[in-house]
Design a protein around this ligand. Structure first.
Ligand code: KPL
Length: 319
């Protein structure tokens, strides 16, 4: 189904960049919570041409929904109508996928980054200096989704989505209300100001669970065993120290409690990094433990445990 379309009227004004599991999940959830205005929501692909595609969604109760979806190509003039863009690509894809679009989106477009790890926000914020009408919100989600096939995702777990304004023009109340509607489906959605502290907390969860599950080849739950405790404490202590020099105060005991909660809540899951390594895909390690090492270097701090994990996971990628 790859017919080129022209869509002069009824152009979408909310778009999702990235059609992975989380991107498609966000698309379906936005459509369900904005029923009166589903035609205003689209995906953006890497292709230059626009297509129509039937997407399927298995919700948490097992019901399957089908939806004809507009997948905007990167050359579509309709991009100029997009005034809310949810970026759901992996951290290492953000700059290449998003920066070439900034000129094509509405000059008032508000961008929401939703990925594991930290770092791309710095590059995007710098680029937005050339687009004074646009703005940036950062976020993270603990919802889980599984890609059953290219255009079929299954909602596999509830979790909180945390968002907060970062720079540039603020979200209009109309667009914020449309994001807030995601609350409808029993989903926790929180706004935090400033947002960076919650992103560092999520970074701690990923800095522990993702590399350790990839290296020890295990499900998240195994990390609750005592044999990992010392290493987990060391990773968190280094992160808390680096965050402090970055202006973010974190309580190591609270971070540790939260990390162990997530290990328990997602015990049967295999982390995204475990899966990336298993499928010989690039990992987000440079934006997780790598970001901690980068900021440590900036502040002339030592972060040997995170540095070792970074090197070990990069090595796994080379195997
Ligand atoms: O975000 C995750 C991931 O796998 O990337 C966690 C929270 C660790 C769940 O698996």
């Amino acid at each position: 189904m790859a017919n080129t379309l022209t869509i002069p009227s009824n152009s979408p004004n909310i778009a999702i960049l990235g059609a992975g599991a989380i991107g498609q999940l966000m698309y379906h959830q936005l459509c369900q919570s904005n029923e009166q205005s589903v035609n205003s929501i689209a995906l953006i692909s890497r292709q230059t041409d626009t297509q129509q595609q039937q997407l399927q969604f298995t919700d948490h109760s097992g019901l399957i929904h089908s939806k004809d979806t507009l997948i905007l190509g990167t050359n579509d003039p309709g991009l100029a109508e997009v005034n809310l863009l949810l970026v759901c690509v992996k951290a290492y894809q953000v700059a290449t996928a998003l920066l070439p679009l900034l000129n094509k989106l509405s000059p008032q477009c508000h961008i929401v980054l939703l990925h594991n790890g930290l770092g791309p926000h710095l590059v995007v914020a710098e680029a937005l200096a050339q687009h004074p009408g646009q703005g940036l919100t950062l976020g993270t989600t603990s919802q889980a989704a599984l890609k059953i096939s290219q255009w079929h995702v299954k909602h596999t777990g509830f979790g909180v989505t945390q968002l907060g304004y970062y720079c540039g023009c603020k979200l209009t109340s109309e667009l914020k209300a449309r994001i807030d509607k995601l609350h409808q489906d029993n989903q926790a959605l929180e706004w935090h100001q400033p947002v960076l502290a919650v992103l560092w907390q999520k970074l701690a969860i990923n800095a522990v669970i993702n590399p350790l599950t990839a290296l020890y080849h295990c499900a998240n739950g195994q990390l609750a065993n005592d044999e990992y405790r010392q290493q987990i404490t060391a990773i968190i202590d280094e992160l808390v120290n680096v965050a402090k020099w970055d202006g973010i105060e974190l309580d190591p005991a609270l971070i540790s409690t939260r990390v162990y909660q997530v290990i328990k809540l997602t015990a049967a899951n295999f982390s995204s990094m475990y899966q990336d390594v298993a499928h010989h895909r690039a990992t987000e390690i440079n934006y997780i433990n790598g970001y901690i090492c980068q900021q440590a270097q900036l502040h002339r701090l030592a972060a040997p445990h995170n540095q070792q994990l970074l090197e070990q996971v990069l090595q796994l990628n080379r195997l």
